[in-house]
Design a protein around this ligand. Structure first.
Ligand code: JCZ
Length: 237
């Protein structure tokens, strides 16, 4: 059982996500629990503030430690060796998420995902209450909610028993360090575009060879950075 707690200013963004499809099914099977907590519940002042102006000036607002750290500690306990779950904040400054990181994170019993808004977190939130920052890519979003859903979806499909066919977790792109090659289904001809003959040949060895070659070709074209890096390198960044 993987338990995930999410801290967010926009809990309603998660409603269809946690109730539908994948995550919903995994929850129904008792393999995963996702609990979404409104950060504003921890705000104590009259205006229920969660943000404040940045010291030193600059645009926008910063998430104050005042409700955020107590909220994280309520879910995860204080940081340190006694803490029983891992606290992950989503941020463009985080280490880039990859399949290797998901495969180690899924072994945690409990995760707390911290979603920011505005211009991000007061550094003391990260220093005092967060174990790790993760980025879902080198582009800027307006908050950590969609990145948190990316992490949840990537994790849930790795929980044993969630996928019907456990083979497909391994064979999908990034099970190895290659992109998937092209795939086809019926009809055999569509708007004048056919299907490669080898796939219709019934020659399984030839099909396996073709797929491998196509995967390498596509990876060389689109993601040359993935070739010439070993499985171990991908695990350690
Ligand atoms: C909070 N803006 C949290 C993460 N990979 C990635 N891109 N953008 C984010 C992100 C942006 C944010 C916040 C305010 C995460």
């Amino acid at each position: 059982m993987l338990e995930i707690d999410v801290l967010t200013l926009f809990p309603e963004l998660f409603d269809p996500f946690v109730e539908t499809a994948f995550v919903g099914q995994a929850r129904a099977k008792g393999l995963v629990e996702v609990r979404v907590h409104p950060l504003r519940d921890w705000a104590r002042d009259r205006h229920r503030s969660v943000d404040d102006t940045p010291y030193g000036g600059g645009p926008g607002m910063v998430m104050t430690p005042e409700p955020l750290i107590p909220a994280i500690e309520a879910l995860a306990g204080p940081a340190g060796p006694g803490r029983k779950c891992r606290v992950v904040a989503l941020s463009p400054q985080g280490r880039p998420l990859d399949q290797a990181r998901l495969e180690t994170l899924v072994d945690e019993k409990r995760l707390v995902l911290v979603c920011g808004r505005y211009e991000g977190f007061d550094q003391r939130v990260l220093d005092l209450a967060v174990d790790e920052e993760l980025s879902v890519g080198d582009y800027v979003l307006s908050g950590g909610e969609i990145p948190a859903m990316v992490v949840i979806e990537g994790l849930v499909r790795l929980v044993p028993g969630v996928l019907g066919n456990p083979e497909s977790t391994q064979i999908e792109s990034f099970g190895g360090d290659l992109l998937e090659g092209p795939q086809y289904t019926r009809p055999p001809e569509y708007r004048g575009h056919g299907v490669p003959d080898v796939l219709l040949s019934g020659d399984h060895a030839a099909i396996a060879r073709w797929r491998q070659e196509e995967a390498v070709r596509r990876t060389r074209e689109r993601r040359p950075d993935l070739l010439g890096r070993s499985r171990n390198e991908s695990n350690d960044g």
